[in-house]
Design a protein around this ligand. Structure first.
Ligand SMILES: [Zn+2]
Length: 240
């Protein structure tokens, strides 16, 4: 083979190698984060999609962070675009009832209706159904656990709260969140609190600076092998 032909072939090979690059650049596929190997934390946002969900999604995207949104069905219905975007951008969705009632004060059929209506609203908005349940105000009896099992969902509570709804102060939210942050932690926040969304760039940068990977709840609980109706983390004093 002449030198000329072989260098032409070399150029051709380079071209072939380069061809798929634009497609890859469009949809980067990264290996999933393995929380057994790296330090993980899951930020969770309840009661939304809230008014500020769009800004929050921009921030998460910018910092390559994933989150979990426990949605209220009524807002999934009124703000479907955000729900669609959450799914498209790799976040996880959970069910947080339709109208945020205290499940402890409801009849079982009312709880079922709240959960089902939310599943339907999310499916209509984004084509997928949540696979996690978080009852409003947490839980203190097992009635909800039986109903969650009927819907094939584990119940996800939290390991620490940002208390954002209480302080509504950027500095206080940041301080509290970093205080309760820990490896494999599940942190409770709200995307309807404006100051939470404002604090988020700084919170994410600080957590990532400490070596955390911001992942979804499912990434964190993978090792738990949760079954439908299981509660995680278990409230203090509970044994399964
Ligand atoms: Zn809530």
């Amino acid at each position: 083979m002449s030198r000329q032909i072989s260098s032409l072939l070399a150029i051709a090979a380079v071209c072939v190698t380069l061809t798929p690059a634009p497609a890859l650049a469009q949809a980067p596929k990264k290996a999933p984060v393995d929380c057994e190997q790296v330090k993980c934390i899951a930020l969770t946002f309840d009661d939304g999609p809230g008014k500020y969900a769009g800004i929050l999604l921009d921030t998460l995207k910018k910092h390559n962070a994933k989150a979990t949104f426990f949605l209220e069905g009524q807002y999934a219905k009124s703000r479907p675009t955000y729900v669609k975007r959450m799914v498209a951008e790799g976040h996880e969705l959970g069910n947080h009832s339709y109208t945020h009632p205290d499940f402890r004060k409801l009849e079982p059929w009312e709880i079922r209706a709240e959960i089902k209506k939310t599943q339907d609203a999310v499916k209509k908005a984004a084509g997928v159904e949540p696979k996690l349940l978080r009852p409003p105000y947490g839980m203190d009896d097992l009635q909800v656990s039986d109903i969650a099992a009927e819907f094939d969902m584990p119940i996800i509570l939290w390991t620490g709260g940002s208390e954002d709804w209480k302080s509504k102060n950027v500095e206080a939210i940041k301080k509290k969140t970093l205080e309760v942050a820990k490896q494999d932690g599940i942190i409770l926040m709200h995307d309807w609190v404006k100051q939470t969304v404002e604090a988020m760039p700084s919170i994410i940068k600080t957590l990532q600076g400490k070596g955390y990977h911001l992942v979804t709840v499912s990434d964190i609980v993978k090792r738990q092998n949760l079954k439908p109706g299981d509660v995680f983390p278990l409230p203090e004093g509970w044994e399964n």
